[in-house]
Design a protein around this ligand. Structure first.
Ligand code: UD1
Length: 418
């Protein structure tokens, strides 16, 4: 079992290129199930979740190979329709694949998904959405068995703008007969990315990025070559880290418009942020003023996937701040670990009150989930002495190598096998 060891106290400096977004790559890989042909993804990142998703595609009959930084998938022979439990438990994206498998093979059998341990993650919206497209679903013994022989376009009104449900229904609509409309759709940039990918392969989708998405069903999708979006959460993580440590870093390949909710909280508060094209420079003295209130929201609000990282920042800021987690009910598992490092945090339901302390102390902590783990790494960067983070498999689900990235930026951090 690997551990990450960080010695706190160094300023960050230098330049780093941001890799492709996990949350774009996963639905795009699911979307490739709809393609009868070759799918080439450039700048493909080796996050564990992405690797697991490729295994799911292989299990369905896809073939994959890697050529330098590109993933090449031969999706001509997709014939199977089952994602067994041992594969589904590896990533929550197995559930996003339902719509695509149904579109291509007309049947689907998918075990309940795995993913982050951040509270109940129901799939009722996925099921309701697919049923509105005339799919018959039986939910038994941990498997969803879906009959899509009569799949056709329909109107879907989501009670909540769920990212996964929007993507799932969008993919189911691509090869369905007729028109599908999704109302109250999620507006995340990764949904626009999925639309662009599918349209490049021959789909007819419009409206992604707004709350109404319209899909005109087509007969078939073909081959496609695509480069997924850069990862706004990884960029956000390192921006927050550099603000905590102080220093001068530049991140390249960033879509800065996708992290405006973070930039607007930090710029001219505790750092100076300069944007030039896809480059973002963060200049920080490390003297932090608490941000009064941060509430996580669906995009373009503040992302829940940056909540643990911004909480790490608030633990050492000057003053008191309140964080309200609106997306996931138990996404505060990192709080206990931050407290072990000397943080002063009180939680009540979905709210956390953080009183900034002078210093955090190195401790042995556990990455409780993917983004919570990233938050602990950031805390380790500023803590006095050594912090050891175990269960780093959680972090590797969405960061190819957080320790390499941060070492490039000057941090004293390494991964060790224990
Ligand atoms: C996606 C992201 C994840 C991010 C989250 C919210 C991917 C691979 N993952 O996850 O990183 O944290 O968006 O931005 O893109 N819900 C229901 N019923 C459903 C589906 C969702 O009640 O059928 C609820 C969830 O419990 C949660 C909320 O809706 O409270 C948001 O979930 P959702 O947007 O679906 O997140 P994911 O797609 O799972």
């Amino acid at each position: 079992m690997d551990k990450i060891i960080v010695k706190g106290g160094r300023k960050l400096s230098g330049e780093l290129e941001i890799s492709s977004a996990k949350n774009s790559c996963l639905p795009i890989l699911a979307g490739s199930i709809l393609c009868s042909g070759e799918v080439i993804l450039h700048k493909y990142p080796k996050y564990d979740d992405v690797t697991n998703m490729i295994e799911i595609l292989q299990n369905l009959g896809g073939k994959s190979k890697v050529q330098s930084q590109s993933l090449i998938l031969d999706m001509n022979n997709i014939s199977k329709f089952e994602i067994p439990r041992e594969l589904a438990s590896l990533t929550r994206s197995s559930i996003f694949s339902l719509g695509a498998i149904l579109g291509r093979v007309k049947f689907a059998k998918v075990a309940y998904p795995g993913g982050c341990e951040i509270g109940a993650r129901p799939i009722d919206l996925h099921i309701k959405g697919l049923e509105a497209l005339n799919v018959k679903i039986v939910d038994r013994r941990g498997y969803l068995t879906c009959d899509g022989r009569e799949l056709r376009g329909g109107n879907v009104h989501l009670d909540f703008p769920s990212v996964g449900a929007t993507e799932n229904v969008m993919m189911a609509g691509v090869l369905a007969k007729g028109k599908t409309k999704i109302f109250n759709a999620a507006k995340e940039p990764e949904i626009v990315d999925l639309q662009n990918f599918l349209n490049k392969a021959g789909a007819k989708i419009k409206g992604a990025g707004t709350s109404t998405i319209i899909i005109d069903g087509v007969e078939k999708l073909g081959s496609v070559e695509y480069t997924p979006l850069p990862d706004r959460i990884i960029a956000g993580t390192y921006i927050i880290g550099s603000v905590m440590c102080g220093g001068d870093i530049t991140l390249t390949g960033v879509k800065t418009e996708h992290i405006q909710s973070l930039i607007s909280k930090l710029d001219n508060n505790c750092c100076k942020i300069t944007i030039k094209g896809d480059r973002i420079r963060v200049l920080s003295s490390g003297k932090l003023k608490s941000i009064n209130k941060i509430e996580t929201m669906p995009y373009p609000g503040f992302p829940t996937d940056l909540q643990p990282q911004i909480m790490a920042l608030e633990t050492i800021s000057n003053g008191t701040s309140v964080i309200v987690e609106n997306l996931f009910e138990t996404r505060f598992k990192h709080v206990g670990e931050l407290i072990k490092m000397g943080a002063q945090i009180l939680t009540e339901g979905r709210s956390a009150v953080i009183k900034g302390v002078e210093k955090l102390y190195g401790a042995e902590v556990v990455a409780t989930d993917l983004r919570g783990g990233a938050g602990l790494v950031l805390a380790g960067l500023v803590a006095d002495g050594y912090t050891t983070i175990s269960n780093v498999g959680q972090i590797k689900r969405g960061y190819e190598s957080i320790e390499k990235d941060l070492s490039i930026l000057g941090a004293d951090i390494k991964k060790v096998e224990s």
